[in-house]
Design a protein around this ligand. Structure first.
Ligand code: XIL
Length: 314
């Protein structure tokens, strides 16, 4: 039987799953990741706290471990992420920075990390989660000190460091048509008009049954594609309030099928990445207490109904 990635590849897409470094020690987990999937994303290993733990001191150990694992298993890698308000190193968040200094810190970080992974990752989430729910800019450390121009600067610095890698903006709660996705639509349109390098929009896809399926997902993907950028589902998981039961697992399966359908309906939707693939290793229970069971494989690495729904959609 074909793997999810083999099925996705038949339409020119990838099917992937994220991995956090410690999980590679779980050999049963790592073996299945390496056979079923064609793409991976480091769950944490390329974030700023990991790659530049002290100012100007870079550590690529965690990211390299995943790149090496991926190469050995024939998976391609999305780089995640150059710039985010979360999981920044203490030296950066505890400092007070003049604009010129912060700009040079950001430029140096992007340049060094992108150059290190040149030819090893095919895409970068250059900026992660830069919008609020109402479509205004998130007041992260970069926005507060540099203003909204930091986004175009970051994209240009990334392009200068690697002319070939695909440059993405990435966020959650942007799957539905609404103020947050509208804000990205307006921003990407403007960046295109100004000839700022932007190749893709990543929709994380952290969905929850209790909030309803994102309305207009397919139309939303298509409108970004029509701007001339790729789109990707970059961090898909579909959580539920525990305990899980047959009804919830069936609804979850239906949603996984719908997300897959939406991507396949849009020519420029290049692939789908699950945020992990098994309930054995998932960020959800720690961050959303009382919720979980978000992935298509259960704790014992057995297929859930969601797995069959994805297969049938691919
Ligand atoms: C999560 C990781 O999976 C966790 O291990 C970590 O503790 C917190 O971050 N959106 C993102 C990802 O872009 O980087 C986040 O990953 C999940 C939400």
């Amino acid at each position: 039987t074909k793997t999810l990635h083999e099925l996705a590849r038949e339409s020119g897409r990838y099917f992937g799953a994220a991995v956090d470094n410690p999980e590679l020690a779980d050999t049963e987990f790592a073996d299945l990741l390496g056979t079923e999937f064609g793409q991976t994303t480091p769950g944490n290993g390329m974030k700023w706290y990991a790659t530049e733990p002290q100012r100007g001191v870079f550590d690529f150990t965690a990211g390299d471990e995943i790149v090496n694992y991926a190469r050995a298993n024939g998976l391609k890698v999305r780089g995640h992420t150059l710039l985010w308000h979360s999981q920044l190193p203490d030296w950066l968040t505890s400092g007070t920075w003049a604009a010129d200094e912060l700009r040079s810190i950001l430029k140096n970080h992007i340049t060094k990390v992108v150059k290190h992974y040149r030819g090893k990752v095919f895409a970068w989430d250059v900026a992660n989660e830069i919008m609020n729910e109402d479509g205004t800019y998130r007041e992260n450390i970069f926005y507060k000190t540099l203003g909204p121009g930091y986004i175009a600067d970051a994209l240009r610095w990334a392009r200068a460091a690697d002319p070939k890698v695909k440059l993405y903006l990435n966020d959650y709660n942007v799957e539905a048509l609404g103020p947050k996705s509208d804000a990205y639509y307006t921003l990407i349109k403007q960046l295109k008009k100004e000839r700022v390098p932007i190749d893709g929009f990543g929709l994380q896809g952290h969905l929850a049954l209790q909030y309803g399926f994102p309305g207009g997902l397919k139309e939303n993907l298509q409108r970004f594609a029509d701007l001339g950028v790729d789109v990707a589902i970059t961090e898909l998981d579909i959580r539920m309030i525990l305990p899980s039961d047959e009804t919830k697992l069936a609804e979850q399966a239906d949603w996984y099928g719908q997300v897959t359908d939406a991507c396949l309906a849009v020519r420029r939707c290049v692939g789908i990445t699950l945020w992990g693939y098994t309930d054995r290793h998932s960020w959800i229970p720690a961050v959303f207490p009382g919720e979980g069971a978000a992935l298509p494989w259960d704790e014992n690495l057995r297929h859930k109904p969601a797995y069959d729904a994805i297969r049938n959609a691919l």
